[in-house]
Write a protein that binds this ligand. Structure first.
Ligand code: SF4
Length: 218
């Protein structure tokens, strides 16, 4: 896709989802520590499910030092409604321990440092950097962003690392964080994984999937 078409898609999505920066509010609001922990917990589950454990988790473990000292079984009891709760409990405790041992109890502010923390990949690091620290160092590629990047034609691969690079090459850096948010909003609202509602989509005129597949069946 050409940059000018990508720019048009971006502006149409920003117009359609003016509050998109607030849409991942459940996991992306709060202190950097909270955003980090909630983003780790959000893997393979819904934001709504994460919201249910947020209160109990941070009431009991409000700081990295409190969570670093937690017993795994007690954390599991709080987050057991989430998928992969055994691994997630271990990861958020280990992440808190890393914050204490390596970063003085603070969430580090660079991608390189964040990636050394257990349970943190580029997606989580990008969400923390943008939503908690206001830094556009990369583009968080979650399931919605991956699907939409392929459908719209921003990228030709299923590899999230390559998709992130393709998006970074296509969009100016100051748009990276908001791009993730508007794509997630669009994925949740219209471009559903199983049933995309192309007939009401504001970007269908620039969408590869629509041009090659959906248009013929509408
Ligand atoms: S036209 Fe259809 S496939 Fe393309 S972005 Fe819109 S809803 Fe998704």
């Amino acid at each position: 896709m050409k940059k000018q078409d990508a720019a048009l898609v971006y502006s149409l999505l920003v117009e359609r989802y003016p509050d998109a920066r607030d849409s991942p509010a459940i996991i992306a609001k709060g202190s950097a520590f909270e955003v980090l922990v909630l983003t780790i917990l959000s893997a393979q589950t819904t934001d709504r499910a994460v919201l249910k454990v947020r209160g109990p988790l941070f009431t009991k473990y409000p700081t990295p030092s409190a969570l670093a000292m937690a017993k795994t079984e007690e954390v599991e009891t709080i987050i057991h409604s989430l998928g992969y709760f055994h691994a997630k409990a271990r990861n958020i405790i280990a992440a808190s321990q890393a914050l204490l041992s390596t970063f003085g109890g603070n969430v580090p502010e660079s991608m390189e440092e964040l990636l050394t923390i257990p349970g943190v990949g580029r997606k989580t690091a990008n969400i923390v950097l943008y939503h908690a620290l206001g830094r556009n160092e990369g583009i968080a590629v979650d399931t919605h962003v991956r699907r939409l990047a392929q459908r719209i034609g921003f990228s030709n691969t299923d590899n999230v690392t390559v998709i992130e690079k393709d998006l970074m090459a296509l969009f100016p850096q100051e748009q990276w964080g908001d791009l993730t948010d508007v794509l997630i909003a669009h994925g949740r609202t219209i471009c559903d994984a199983k049933k995309p509602r192309c007939e009401v989509c504001p970007i269908s005129s620039r969408c590869r999937f629509y041009a090659t597949t959906a248009k013929k069946s509408i």
